[in-house]
Design a binder for this molecule. Structure first.
Ligand code: CP3
Length: 346
């Protein structure tokens, strides 16, 4: 096995000493990079996702062009509904849609929960190819959507500001909802384990829409499944959970078997630290829209962010995905500012 030369991310997740915090950006592959747009003009979304050579090329772009300390495999969270037998369409610049949503118990019972190693074989191939191409430069991150977030898309059939249909289903049929969430959890665990076998050094679970739930409902419909995933993977690789918006869950999740917790920009680093103690590595939490500010402002804000988190048990990142309108030199300034950081003398 090739030794990883820049293993800052893995050391931060293992609570080890680091020269400086590692840095990567959620949704760093794609969107804002002209080199990605050129590939996007030639191949549709799922062709890009399902062709290992293309996925590998896209995954490497931010490592080579922006200098991040980790690669995250180019794919999408909605490959899991596809593996479970649901059709997912991706309309360019409009977002995903599922023509047939989950409405009944029969719909849930018809879902496939096995054979993900075969149905999503192309993801594992993309990971293996990327691992080889990286040649130990930086760690490779695998990922999946969290059960609650996948549930949201399966019920609503498309993105939503409020996720009220998904919540209506959960609040009206809690047992059925839990049956569906458990099915998603089971296949997601198999999927993440297959990603690890294919070469992922760590995995992140994106609960992008968990913040739509209040604390009590999060405990019913999100937390148990995140915990099951962290438990199942803990002996394989470090697991990063990203329950966006669910700051109320940070204490509980810091006591789980996850190694890292992603946080968004709506919570102060000091508060996140006080809720999580030194139990877990924190990742975040730069407002992605601040990448649109002048470069001097970005650099200053990065310095303040690291001062607040400290350099240990910390991964510099955004508080959500980078948006398509970010100039590449601003993304690079964010990464450079972390690399240039020198601890404050007190
Ligand atoms: O870091 C990376 O970019 C790796 C690849 C990646 C994609 N999707 C590629 C993609 C990752 C990690 C995701 C995760 C994902 N997908 C999430 C969780 C993260 C988050 O942002 O909250 C969610 C909710 C999705 C579902 C999804 N996929 C949506 C809502 C959309 C449309 C809006 C958009 O542009 O994000 C997608 C499409 C998608 N997935 C694109 C990319 C690069 C954009 C389409 C394109 O470039 O052609």
């Amino acid at each position: 096995m090739t030794k990883i030369k820049n293993d800052l991310l893995l050391r931060a997740l293992h609570k080890e000493e680091v020269e400086r915090p590692p840095v990567w950006m959620m949704r760093q592959a794609g969107r804002y990079l002209p080199e990605y747009i050129r590939i996007k003009e030639k191949y549709d979304f799922f062709t890009r996702v399902q062709t290992p050579e293309l996925a590998c090329e896209i995954t490497l772009q931010p490592v080579e062009l922006v200098g991040v300390d980790a690669a995250i495999i180019f794919s999408d969270i909605l490959v899991i509904p596809q593996a479970m037998g649901l059709e997912v369409l991706m309309e360019e610049n409009k977002g995903p849609s599922l023509p047939k949503t989950i409405k009944t118990e029969q719909d849930i019972d018809a879902l496939i929960t096995t054979g993900v190693e075969e149905s999503l074989h192309y993801v594992m191939q993309a990971l293996a190819l990327t691992k080889q191409a990286l040649n130990g430069r930086v760690p490779l991150i695998g990922f999946a959507g969290a059960p609650w977030t996948i549930f949201c898309y399966m019920i609503e059939g498309k993105g939503s500001k409020t996720w009220d249909k998904a919540k209506q289903f959960a609040y009206t049929h809690p047992l059925l909802a839990q049956r569906l969430l458990q099915k998603i959890t089971n296949i997601t665990i198999d999927y993440l384990k297959a990603q690890v076998l294919a070469g992922a050094d760590t995995v992140q679970v994106f609960d992008s829409w968990s913040g739509a739930l209040g604390p009590n409902d999060f405990k019913l419909f999100a937390q148990p499944y995140l915990i099951q995933i962290a438990d199942a993977l803990q002996n394989d690789v470090p697991v990063i959970l990203f329950p966006k918006g669910s700051w109320y869950a940070l204490k509980d999740l810091s006591e789980s078997n996850a190694a890292g917790l992603g946080i968004d920009w709506c919570i102060r680093p000091e508060m996140a630290r006080s809720l999580t103690g030194n139990r877990i590595t924190l990742q975040g939490n730069f407002d992605p829209a601040k990448l649109l500010a002048p470069i001097g402002e970005i650099k200053q804000a990065v310095k303040e962010m690291i001062n607040s988190f400290g350099t240990r048990q910390y991964i510099a990142n955004l508080g959500h995905g980078i948006t398509p309108n970010v100039p590449v030199d601003h993304a690079r300034a964010f990464v450079d500012a972390v690399k240039e950081y020198t601890p404050q003398k007190v």
